[in-house]
Design a protein around this ligand. Structure first.
Ligand SMILES: C[S@@+](CC[C@H](N)C(=O)[O-])C[C@H]1O[C@@H](n2cnc3c(N)ncnc32)[C@H](O)[C@@H]1O
Length: 540
């Protein structure tokens, strides 16, 4: 096996490495005692299929301006829970209807202690404002970390707060709308959206800070920035009112589905339509922090060996799939025993089904058509000596495939090109093709809680149209008897089962056994993201 990936492109320098899984924030500004409990945090480096850098094919329409609104929104009529609520024709929460000032000072460096909760709140709020403007959260956070020169601890705290804010944005918006006399400025609203979740228990029942500490630090944060300083008194009054009237306010806003479930109305409606029985469990699962699941590198050892290594390091874990190990508590990637040496990779247990489904034999020519960041590419190469071409439309994301291959000591040909095009193809057929197509990523919202606020209903159809083009094109590149595995991380049938069925008819493809739609509602032992698998074979 070669030791280095073969590069056939001049990739731009790789984007800044993701921050490792954040530690519980440790505020230091006075009076800021440590959080009451470890904050549940986004544990895995984002899989980033759906909400990465702007300008990627599935995100190019994400930046939108919303019409400004005047005054306080009218309270919507209370829907009956458990039935499909009347859709908001705009698809947006009322408090999203404001003009995001392009001149917002997102790089302003406030004079705050870098290890204080106020610093973390302001950093997270700055990222939240950018998500409202269409930027994916990881990208927004990278910008904030750079602009604020945040320490590792500060980055962890900012990231944790921003992820919590995304998981409760619907409720926070409704609370602000219920309490504020008029719509606050965007950064003030975002600051409140970061502070309010810290004063309530999350899906794991954890309230990370003392409520009065949060109020104090949010007011300090407001006073430190030119875009929020005039609202300092309002931030104080609103958060104190929330403390006084918490139960009443939560009961009131809980009547609004967007506030109750923390998803846009169109998303809730789509879940009800597609999954009339399970929709509430699916939505709730997307609001919980994800587990940290690892894939053991079969070339370097067995799951039993690795579990023993974890036990020796005092890390609790259990096996949740043929190569999958779930840690009891998430840790930063570089703190995972053997990670840097390539013994394991971070990968959801559901995503680990792809490579075994392909039935790989040594010597096969394999195309991974939407490969970045390379989780499935690497798994294929861990299982068999195959010649893989890893193709992706985004050269920066493709560079991450190279990094992962290198860490694991594996080799593939990297190709920056669009999977619906043919110019890059040398004309030699592939024995296996993996088509992990771009999609709404509605199945992985627990890892990317910003996705729900970035996507629009129309994205589902646009992405399904692109995926159909990709699938039809790739089918022409498959050898007779070859197999094509179609994968999405979507919950929406238009992107998954309906797409697979239409593809089979168009191409007269034989459909083989595959898991179909995996819902993200499994018991602990089957804890996985929402993925879809369909396997096709070409006639001889
Ligand atoms: C779901 S992610 C792939 C995840 C990857 N298979 C893994 O397991 O790590 C989808 C990928 O498709 C890429 N992509 C989007 N549009 C594409 C296109 N038209 N052609 C090829 N790749 C595309 C994105 O850049 C993204 O990296």
């Amino acid at each position: 096996m070669n030791k280095r990936p073969t590069l056939t492109l001049k990739a731009k320098s790789a984007p800044a490495k993701k921050a490792s899984a954040p530690r519980p924030p440790r505020p230091a500004g006075k009076p800021t005692p440590p959080p009451k409990a470890a904050a549940a945090a986004p544990a895995q480096p984002p899989r980033s299929p759906a909400a990465p850098a702007s300008g990627t094919p599935w995100n190019k329409d994400a930046i939108r301006r919303h019409a400004p609104r005047a005054g306080k929104p009218a309270t919507p009529p209370a829907p009956k829970m458990g039935t499909a609520p009347a859709p908001d024709p705009s698809g947006l929460r009322a408090s999203h209807h404001r003009d995001l000032k392009p001149a917002l000072q997102t790089t302003y460096k406030a004079e705050l202690k870098p290890d204080s909760l106020a610093f973390a709140l302001l950093g997270a709020a700055t990222a939240v404002v950018q998500v409202r403007g269409g930027t994916a959260l990881p990208q927004a956070l990278t910008g904030v970390f750079g602009a604020q020169e945040a320490t590792a601890q500060g980055r962890g705290a900012i990231q944790d707060i921003a992820y919590r804010a995304m998981r409760q944005l619907g409720r926070s918006d409704a609370l602000v709308a219920a309490m504020a006399p008029k719509a606050p400025e965007p950064l003030v609203t975002a600051l409140l959206a970061c502070a309010l979740p810290l004063m309530q228990a999350d899906a794991a029942g954890v309230t990370p800070y003392e409520a009065f500490t949060v109020v104090d630090q949010a007011v300090t944060a407001a006073g430190s920035h030119p875009d929020t300083v005039r609202a300092k008194g309002m931030v104080n009054a609103l958060l104190r009112r929330f403390l006084r009237e918490r139960d009443t306010l939560l009961a009131e806003v809980g009547l609004q589905p967007v506030a109750r479930y923390n998803y846009p109305q169109w998303w809730i409606d789509a879940a009800i339509t597609a999954y009339p029985q399970e929709w509430q469990r699916i939505l709730a699962a997307g609001d919980a922090a994800p587990p940290l699941t690892l894939r053991v590198n079969a070339r370097k050892g067995s799951v039993d060996d690795y579990l023993a290594m974890l036990a020796e390091a005092g890390i609790g874990a259990r096996q949740v799939g043929p190569f999958a190990v779930r840690l009891d508590k998430p840790v930063g990637v570089h703190a995972i025993p053997g990670f840097d040496a390539g013994l394991v990779s971070v990968q959801d247990a559901g995503a680990q089904l792809a490579a075994p489904l392909l039935d790989l034999q040594d010597g096969m020519r394999v195309l991974d058509a939407c490969a970045a960041p390379g989780g499935k590419t690497c798994h294929m190469l861990e299982l068999a000596d195959v010649q893989v071409t890893a193709l992706d439309a985004d050269p920066r994301r493709l560079a991450r495939v190279g990094e992962n291959l290198e860490r694991l000591g594996l080799s593939a040909t990297l190709q920056a090109a669009e999977a619906q095009a043919r110019g890059w193809w040398d004309g030699a057929g592939f024995d296996r093709i993996l088509a992990d197509v771009p999609c709404t990523a509605s199945g992985i919202v627990r890892r990317h809680p910003d996705i729900r606020w970035l996507r629009r209903k129309a994205d589902t159809i646009q992405l399904a149209t692109l995926s159909a083009e990709i699938l039809d094109n790739l089918w022409q590149m498959l050898r007779p008897n070859g197999k094509l595995l179609f994968v999405t991380c979507s919950l929406w049938p238009q992107e998954s089962e309906a797409q697979a069925a239409a593809f089979a008819v168009r191409n007269r493809a034989t459909r083989l056994d595959a898991p179909g739609q995996l819902l993200p509602v499994g018991a602990a032992e089957q804890d996985h993201d929402g993925l879809f698998y369909a396997l096709f074979q070409k006639d001889a």
